[in-house]
Design a binder for this molecule. Structure first.
Ligand SMILES: [Zn+2]
Length: 260
């Protein structure tokens, strides 16, 4: 019985791996994506459409032209890294939000607050490049996949430990839950941020924006945080780590910038 159970788990694992293993563009990292990309793209299109109805859209001609100019240049270099993209670039009116995001299918938005920190096209290219990189690398899909596997793992564990006494079983389940969150999900999300920085920097450079702008930009973002950090930074890595990692990729980005 135990043997059969183990081979079933192993078989499912191999099947999952074969089904969803893809390569992240620009970095070549292997990642597991079990949610069909088309499904996420259509969900994102619906959600983005809703946001546009519910959130005030900025009509400021300077901000809109800046986002369009930068966004289209980056979309051009992203090219086949994001197949079937239907690009949209929207500025939402909210001076309090120093933030930006991108969704599967090429939906890109910034809040007017970001222009307090992104003063040039090169600055904006850094943040837009970073957000588009999350989409290209399918980080959302990878996180959803991890959550699916963690949920599946918990079920299997429950099944496999049903002969244990209930106290031991509960302890094991709790340990598994904590392990899955801290051990798998959190480090991955930090990894995703660094990967998005690196890929985004390469895109910005290839699109003709000086990648060296990134260091000053992230320093200004960090300086914005009087007391509580802006929302963007609370979900993103701290300044020092970020700058160190950026400097590691800088030679490659500079080369892309100079050879374009
Ligand atoms: Zn990010």
């Amino acid at each position: 019985m135990k043997k059969q159970f183990c081979s079933l788990v192993l078989f499912c694992g191999v099947l999952l791996w074969l089904a969803g293993c893809t390569t992240v563009p620009q970095t070549g990292r292997s990642a597991l994506h079990l949610v069909p990309a088309e499904q996420l793209t259509s969900m994102a299109a619906t959600q983005f459409g809703q946001m546009k109805q519910e959130t005030p859209i900025s009509r400021d001609p300077t901000y809109n032209a800046m986002l369009r100019r930068v966004g289209e240049r980056i979309a051009y270099v992203v090219g086949s890294d994001l197949p079937n993209a239907q690009w949209e670039f929207v500025v939402f009116e909210d001076d309090e939000q120093i933030n930006a995001f991108a969704m599967p299918g090429g939906k890109v938005a910034v809040y007017t607050g970001i222009f307090q920190v992104a003063q040039s096209d090169a600055d904006l290219a850094i943040v837009v490049g970073h957000e588009i990189a999350h989409v290209v690398a399918q980080h959302g899909n990878e996180r959803m996949t991890q959550q699916l596997l963690a949920a599946g793992g918990a079920l299997l564990l429950q099944f496999g430990t049903q002969e244990m006494d209930s106290g031991d079983q509960q302890l094991l389940m709790a340990a598994y839950g904590a392990g899955a969150t801290v051990g798998v999900m959190l480090p991955y999300s930090r990894h995703h941020e660094c990967e998005a920085d690196a890929i985004g920097l390469l895109y910005a450079a290839k699109a003709g924006y000086d990648p060296r702008a990134a260091v000053g930009f992230w320093e200004r973002m960090a300086a914005q945080s009087n007391g509580a950090p802006p929302e963007f930074l609370s979900t993103h890595p701290s300044g020092v780590t970020r700058i160190r990692k950026l400097n590691e990729i800088m030679p490659r980005a500079l080369q892309a910038y100079q050879n374009r």
